[in-house]
Design a protein around this ligand. Sequence first.
Ligand code: PEP
Ligand code: MN
Length: 354
Amino acid sequence: MELELQPLALPCDGGRPFVIAGPCSAETEEQVMTTATQLAAKGCHIFRAGVWKPRTKPGGFEGNGEKALPWLKRAKEKTGMLITTEVATPEHVELALKYGIDLLWIGARTTANPFAMQALADSLRGTDIPVLVKNPVNPDLELWIGAMERINQAGLKRIAAIHRGFSSFDKKLYRNLPMWQIPIELHRRIPDLPIICDPSHIGGRRELIAPLCQQAMDLGMDGLIIESHCDPEKAWSDAKQQITPDMLDNILSLLVIRDKSVTTEVINEMRKQIDELDNTIMEVLAKRMRICRDIGQYKKEHNMTVLQASRYNEILDKRGAQGALFGMSPEFVKEIFEAIHEESVRQQMEVINK
Ligand code: PEP
Ligand code: MN
């Protein structure tokens, strides 16, 4: 199913990505007001702060709940920024709307749960508030798209995706693996859907924010959501990944934004060559499959087995080594030949079972 979308129409400075910034959690009224004032002074237009915090383990700070919503409202009145918070249940939605929250975001753990997503979608029916849907914690593109479809089917058209990375057992560099191929595929599937990058939750460390923002921009993402706190070291949640409004301003000013629409003649020419080569690859593959079917016919007539393991290993080893000679990784070449082999076997089986 296609999503039926309308532009988000969020404020941003011409040609730049839109930026949502603010603390992981609304901790105290003072922290909210100080951070919001500092961010507004740096030209930020949209303020984020979590009010209900999904925590991995019990006993941590789980947010101030409804008590914090008037603080966000006050921040909006004082600075003119739009405000956004995370909602996970229909009660959250009702309260957020009551206090004039301008945009809602849905957290990664909620996106992963179709029951919760449907309940949220039902509670949003009849409103047209923009909804930003984080990727689910697991790298499942269909689940992510499904969550957005539920919101869309409830009649909301201003939807965006937030790429915040994917959980993994091995947390060496990133808190959540970026797996960029997933948002890239999302963009290929739904070109009109804005994609926002959340470098804070991908990186989990403040040093990674700048390079992750640049990567997101290089991939043509539309916006950024970044955790920013007036005193990051003392934050009640996600302290390691938050940056001061000053640092944020510095990172944003150094971002190189490339023009998405520019394609030069040279690139067009090279793309034509790639298209021609892809055609050649398809023709060669089709020819290879035809021969495989002939082999299948021969094996059938001579009562031979389809799979001959020694021949298969020989092909993989030979091509892997050849790949290295041609400057390609042997693993990549082996993967391709494994896939080709799988299809060849399928085609032979079709002939043999006819
Ligand atoms: C957050 O944005 O503070 C948050 C809890 O994010 P996520 O759902 O990506 O973990
Ligand atoms: Mn956080």
